[in-house]
Design a protein around this ligand. Structure first.
Ligand code: CA
Length: 230
């Protein structure tokens, strides 16, 4: 599944260059031209990484970062000008993960991005998340891609497991059916949102004590689904 990068840059030529370069690197890219649009895209698209110019109209990059950091730990790479040392320091203190100074080479930038993805994956593997998640009736073995009951592996479709693992890794976050299709099935998946409902229905039949009255995977009416610990 393609990772999504949000590019926030008000300068049109640079924004387009970044979008094209990252897309040709295999990423899914969404873009924003000012601070307000950046927040809207962040909340709507839930990107895996944000490339954030600090000098922006509407809402400064620093303000955008402050707001995003209050809501999530999504990796952020700042794009800074040479003469904005102070912004860079403030940005790093606010929780930016890395920065590049303009003008930068695309090769350097994509190397930074890949390094950040490797680090965040390593953090997950090393135990920010347990490998086996106990759900009472069943245990989800995230590393082994298995669903277990009393130590016995239950048959499960790969996509159903990926959906479960995605929800487990993002507890308390509500996702729309479209977002789940994108995150689990891939952005180019031309399926219907009903696919998500069918998989959730099946997962509930496996993990819930009473599938009609779920305690793990909840329906948020008019929005989508959320995983919560009872
Ligand atoms: Ca700018």
């Amino acid at each position: 599944m393609a990772r999504t990068i949000l590019v926030v840059e008000d300068e049109p030529t640079l924004r387009e260059t970044l979008v094209e370069a990252l897309e040709s690197d295999g990423f899914r890219v969404v873009a924003a031209a000012d601070g307000r649009e950046a927040l809207a895209q962040f909340r709507g698209e839930r990107p895996d990484l944000i490339l954030l110019d600090l000098m922006l109209p509407e809402l400064s990059g620093i303000e955008v970062m402050r707001i995003i950091r209050a809501e999530s730990g999504t990796p952020i790479v700042m794009l800074t000008a040479k003469d904005s040392e102070l912004d860079k320091v403030v940005g790093l203190e606010l929780g930016a993960d890395d920065y590049v100074t303009k003008p930068f080479s695309l090769r350097e930038l994509t190397a930074r991005i890949r390094a950040l993805f490797r680090r965040s994956e390593a953090a997950i593997a090393v135990g920010a998340q347990p490998t086996i998640v106990d759900l009472g009736r069943v245990q989800a073995d995230l590393g082994g891609h298995r669903l277990l009951r009393d130590g016995v592996t239950l048959p499960i479709k790969p996509k159903a497991f990926e959906l479960l693992a995605f929800l487990l890794r993002n507890p308390g976050q509500v996702f729309t059916r479209d977002q789940l299709l994108e995150k689990v099935w891939g952005y180019d998946y031309a399926g219907e949102t009903r696919t998500v409902d069918v998989h959730v229905h099946w997962l509930r039949s496996q993990i819930e004590e009473d599938p009609g009255n779920p305690v793990f995977i909840h329906t948020v009416r008019g929005v989508g689904y959320v995983f919560r610990r009872p």
